[in-house]
Design a protein around this ligand. Structure first.
Ligand SMILES: C[S@@+](CC[C@H](N)C(=O)[O-])C[C@H]1O[C@@H](n2cnc3c(N)ncnc32)[C@H](O)[C@@H]1O
Length: 248
């Protein structure tokens, strides 16, 4: 097992990430979060665990929508410090904790939520089993992750992500079935993410005693493309995948 990565506590990485997220014109705000919100169940009176909560935007949203108690956890002290300033709410508690340490939590939750954090976890089967143990009966897991078609290809020596023919981009998809570590350059060199195909993700959910209720794949809307032209490449090729499952 690799050491738990905490790249959001790297000063250079965090500065880049902040400048990308604070502007609000980004793929999370325009493409990913709207789909996540459509998939949410009723929040009124619920207890919610937000995994990899970052700066707490969604944790605070849950509390504003009537959640009784929200616990947001994140491995990064930078993120937890920002969350405590930017998205403070009396019903929300932020903890600096890695998802690998979930068994240290003792209470159970009605909803476990995670936005774009699971692709940092090496042992996905264990993560989903630990989440299942933390869910109340009929509890709901909702998460988004980078889509397997975007994490698949292992690129060497600055190789491009796509080729262009007659003005149309054709993206590469090699290594789709080669599950495992991907070391990429994103804000800084050497960021580690984990690629898993749909088979691995779906079987991990099923093997943890959860029933899949919904799967979504992102499509940039005409409004998003109008705001950011390059999102036209996210119209027919998904960048994000979304899963909703229920504890049975
Ligand atoms: C792309 S950010 C998403 C943040 C937030 N969910 C959002 O959508 O704004 C990924 C987050 O996952 C956190 N993270 C990465 N690895 C983690 C781990 N092993 N345990 C807990 N949090 C982790 C990072 O620190 C970061 O805050």
């Amino acid at each position: 097992m690799e050491k738990i990565q905490n790249v959001y506590d790297n000063a250079d990485f965090f500065a880049e990430y902040k400048s990308m997220r604070d502007g609000k014109i980004n793929a999370n705000e325009l493409i990913e979060i709207p789909i996540m919100k459509q998939m949410l169940p009723e929040l009124e009176g619920k207890t919610i665990l937000d995994l990899g909560c970052g700066e707490g935007g969604m944790s605070q949203y849950f509390a504003e929508k009537g959640a009784k108690k929200v616990v947001g956890i994140d491995v990064s002290s930078n993120m937890i410090a920002s969350a405590n300033v930017q998205n403070k709410h009396q019903n929300v508690q932020y903890l600096q904790l890695a998802m690998e340490e979930l068994p240290t939590l003792t209470e159970k939750f009605d909803i476990v939520f995670s936005s774009l954090a699971f692709h940092y976890i090496e042992d996905f089967d264990l993560l989903i089993k630990n989440i299942s143990n933390l869910l109340n009966p009929n509890g709901i897991l909702i998460f988004s992750q980078e889509h397997p078609v975007t994490t698949a290809t292992i690129r060497v020596d600055g190789m491009a992500k796509y080729t262009e023919i007659d003005g149309k981009r054709y993206y590469f998809l090699s290594d789709y079935n080669n599950i495992g570590k991907r070391e990429i350059s994103w804000n800084i060199e050497g960021v580690v993410k984990y690629h898993r195909n749909f088979e691995v993700v779906i079987n991990a959910i099923a093997n943890a005693g959860l029933m899949i209720l919904e799967v979504r794949e992102s499509k940039a809307s005409p409004e998003a493309i109008k705001l950011v032209e390059k999102y036209k490449y996210q119209k027919d090729r998904p960048f994000f995948a979304f899963f909703k499952a229920k504890k049975i």
